[in-house]
Design a protein around this ligand. Structure first.
Ligand SMILES: *Cc1c(COP(=O)(O)O)cnc(C)c1O
Length: 494
């Protein structure tokens, strides 16, 4: 089998898969993409008989060609194990005639666990392969979900350390408790006085700080990135789309070769891009329905071919989709442009300079794999209530955005292809919004008490992940100013 090489969307490369994973963001500011998309390695029938870790192995092996079979099998077995609260790993629920792919059964009850439970394993295997003995240091700023999922993934992984910064007073009480109770000698959690953008800018400055990089080098360490631009997060996400199709096939819901649509609640465009890659591997996918909340920059992009971030930013009840710059979209744009790094650089420069860019007519024509839609706050709450009242099935607000968008899409198009709505968080992670929709008027002293009320009212059990942090001891208490982030990182790396 010919090796797959990785190139930056802005031209840098080629590098191997393991180099791309260790590096994270390419040095020219672009995102690493494979030079071709491999075909599915087995027939759909064969794939439908595999366990989740075995199926994930097949997908990883097709893309990450410089890793050995033993390495990749060990990564998959180490990631998709009892950390998940069901042996299915990613169960598919049939609710009416819609299928919900539940990606929230991992450690932090959000879909980021699907990729962040395997990324540390891939990174340490990549470092061994590159004969890089440096300790890997992950710095992450988080608005809530990514930080905890990254901490849970990297905790106690030999050869790694992780520091997470979150805005002081800017995350939900459950999210804060999840982070400050994090175990693991190699973890560090710091609240910064500022908002998420301040924390994010602070982290970017640290990553670009030449003196700090040299200091790390002296100490035998190197920075890497765990955010969703790392190709090591994207590839594992392809597996659950193949798994969803395989499940439908095994259950006799579809016949081999029948198309299936996916509706994906979208922010940074990583999750839905993995679905697109699955389609390019040969998975019979009909439409990819990209669902946005009130921050509908992607809906406008798919309807007009113009990406325009010059607009107000809204805080919504689906915070992980409150994004105006969808970084992974650059990978799609690069492909639409015929893998032309010059064209990509030009469009991305316009985005930086003018805040907008327009696709060329031939690029626009290639958008037909996608449909866009959005749901506002009222529609999101109404969808949570509708699905609960009709089917006694709970949706978190992100999944509800997608579910609402799918209902609209179906009415408008009449497309009745079997459709999977991707469910990205447990409803217990957003108890306030969910209870407001299903049991209006019920209140409680705090989010933990509200989770108990939700369990009483709905009969859905409180997930172990919530109960674990409720009484766990606080291990991280540092609060600092943006200007003190560097000295705190240095102290942690001692
Ligand atoms: C991150 C996240 C999303 C958005 O996923 P992208 O890959 O950034 O498009 C949607 N829902 C939840 C709950 C998330 O945590």
């Amino acid at each position: 089998m010919k090796e797959i090489a990785y190139y930056s969307t802005r031209g840098f490369g080629p590098v191997t898969a393991s180099e791309a994973i260790l590096t994270g963001l390419a040095p020219d500011g672009g995102l690493f993409v494979p030079d071709r998309i491999p075909a599915l390695p087995l027939s759909l029938g064969e794939l439908s008989r595999l366990s989740y870790p075995d199926l994930a192995y097949e997908i990883l092996h097709a893309f990450l060609t410089d890793f050995s079979e033993e390495e990749l099998r060990a990564c998959c077995a180490g990631a998709y194990d009892e950390k998940f609260d069901t042996p299915e790993i990613a169960p598919l629920a049939k609710v009416g005639d819609v299928y919900y792919l539940e990606l929230y059964h991992g450690k932090t009850i959000a879909f980021k666990d699907m990729a962040l439970s395997i990324l540390p394993h891939l990174m340490t295997a990549a470092a061994a392969r590159q004969q890089d003995r440096k300790e890997i240091v992950i710095l992450t700023a988080t608005s809530g979900d990514t930080g905890k999922a990254a901490l849970a993934g990297f905790a106690n992984v030999p050869g790694t350390r992780i520091a997470v910064f979150y805005p002081h007073g800017g995350v939900s009480p459950i999210q804060e408790r999840q982070m400050v109770t994090q175990e693991g000698e190699n973890t560090c959690v710091i609240a910064v006085r500022g908002n998420f953008d301040d924390a994010q800018t602070g982290v970017k400055q640290l990553l670009g700080d030449e003196a700090l990089r040299e200091e790390l080098d002296r100490r035998g360490m190197r920075f890497s990135s765990a955010n969703s631009i790392n190709i090591g997060r994207l590839v594992p996400q392809i597996a659950y789309y193949v798994h969803a199709y395989a499940r439908l096939l095994r259950e006799g819901e579809i016949r081999e070769g029948d198309p299936v649509n996916f509706t994906v609640p979208t922010g940074n465009f990583g999750n839905i891009l993995a679905a697109y890659y699955a389609k390019k591997m040969g998975l019979p996918v009909g439409k990819l329905i990209c669902a946005s909340n009130r921050n509908r920059v992607l809906f406008d992009f798919f309807s007009t071919g113009t990406y325009d971030r010059r607009r107000p930013f809204y805080l919504t009840t689906s915070p992980s989709m409150d994004i105006l710059i969808s970084s992974n979209l650059e990978r799609l744009v690069y492909e639409l442009g015929g893998e032309d790094a010059g064209k990509d650089r030009d469009l991305m420069a316009r985005l930086t300079k003018d805040g907008a860019y327009e696709l060329t007519p031939d690029m626009k024509e290639k958008l037909t794999d996608f449909a866009g839609g959005y749901a506002d706050e009222e529609q999101t709450a109404a969808e949570i209530a509708r699905v609960w009242n009709t089917y006694q099935y709970l949706l978190d607000p992100h999944t509800a955005v997608a579910s609402s968008v799918y209902q609209d899409y179906r009415k408008e198009t009449g497309d009745d292809t079997p459709t999977v709505v991707v469910s990205t968080a447990s409803p217990f992670k957003f108890t306030g919004t969910v209870m407001g929709a299903v049991c209006p008027g019920v209140t409680a002293a705090d989010d933990f008490a509200l989770a108990d009320r939700m369990a009483q009212e709905t009969g859905w059990p409180v997930p172990a992940a919530v109960n674990e942090v409720r009484s766990a001891p606080v291990r991280h208490r540092t609060v600092c100013d943006i200007s003190a982030m560097k000295e705190n990182v240095l102290a942690f790396l001692k």
